[in-house]
Design a protein around this ligand. Sequence first.
Ligand code: NDP
Length: 503
Amino acid sequence: MTAHVSLESSKRPPAAPRRFELLIDGKWQQAMAGERLTRHSPAHGVAVSDYACGSSADAAAAVAAARRAFDDGPWPRMTASARARALLKVADIVERRLEELAVLEVLESGKPIAQARAEISGAADIWRYAATLARTLHGESYANLGDDMLGVVLREPIGVVAIITPWNFPFLILSQKLPFALAAGCTSVVKPSELTSGTSLVLGDILLQADIPPGVVNIVVGTGAEVGERLIRHPDVDMVSFTGSTAIGKHVMAAGSDTLKKVTAELGGKNPQIVFGDADLDAAADAAVFGIYFNAGECCNSSSRLLVAADIASAFVERVIAASKKVVVGDPLDDATKVGAIITPEHLAKITDYVEQATAAGAELRLGGRPLDTTTGQFMAPTVIDGVRPDMTIAREEVFGPVLSIMTFDNADEAIRVANDTNYGLSAGVWSGNFDNCMHLARGIKAGTVWLNTFMDGYAELPFGGYKQSGLGRELGKHAVEDFTETKTLQMHRGPRTNWWLR
Ligand code: NDP
């Protein structure tokens, strides 16, 4: 059995929800229509946040503020050194307010507190990394065009960027976008998921503390259908940086095409971990468990497909099941918890539906498969499904829950074929003691990230994004800031001009 679910943590959710307004033009404002929205903790069931809920009109006001700040304000015109100093100040304040941010993230998302702390700390590191890119961003010069001509390629900020984020890593994902946009000199309107908007709004407060000028970052809570739609279609928005599901990502691209916006998208994944018999099998089993239960499987990088060499499959699956039983599911405010709550009751129902579909299609449920019995909130048991075939829905669609599907393969080429047999291409893990084999798999798998004998590490220095329907563009890495720029070519002539009609 899975270790106990206890909601007896010494830390309790707050007695009253925290109140938030919208951040528009440097001021906290009520939603124009006066609407409000309450978020309940998915683990504790109590109201934890009370936000102003924006509408299309609030989104338009935020875009107008961002446009003014871009067209007339100091931010795009100041030196990169001054912008970098501001980003470094943000990082320092994020670290000072780490516990406040981490607890709020737990209360809204249901993720474990130890993990939330690590995410906030990692986010501060990304703000610092973006500050270095602000100062190293540069164009090109061409002195080889003849003595009378000099060519210069400028990198200019693209303009107003709409940033739309999902509910699973609210603060971290925003920090993979916003500091790079700011480093380039852009202004922004942020629309967080209305399920987990709290830490994005606290970031708004931190940006004010760090003296980021009014209108440079505006934050509008609201639904995708209302606020998101207005942003992706607004003619004064130059670019949309989106993270979310592949279905909505396609919609954002299509809607943005009306005004030919630049769209970057980080979307879903159906990521395989592939285990060969010559691997360190203890390490591989640990990574298999981490890869599927981290963030309760509500993770674009979740390794929801485990591909195991047929000759070791039976023993290896036993190891994975044994390790899965030791995973502590429980109160996310408790330091010992590894798996917290599921984001909403509707999402939990979707996860259990996938499990039922898999068993109906002939797969074998080896562990879990049902919600846990708790007095508050919604929790899913760590679940292992064996005997999955590549054509089953459970092997093809993103479950976004703690549900591991196990498949087998006979040789490396078959493993590559099965790994690539999906519309997604976000990430993959390979476990083998043979270097040649690792390289063969790494080159053959169509994914934006391949981990060899490790899984789901992340660094600000390394680009992240997807092949195929997992996305468009890359975040992080040294080119991340360039995504938020336009290229302008200057051709500068010196000396007398030869008349055109005389040439
Ligand atoms: P959704 O695609 O449902 O939503 C993402 C964001 O888009 C939310 O803020 C949502 O608003 C907004 N949105 C919804 N409809 C529209 C619209 N018509 N126009 C503009 N914006 C809209 O994803 P989830 O929030 O459910 O997140 C889970 C998904 O995100 C998974 O598929 C996961 O794989 C993916 N993801 C990808 C990552 C990556 O880096 N590749 C990282 C993390 C998640 P609201 O929901 O508030 O209405």
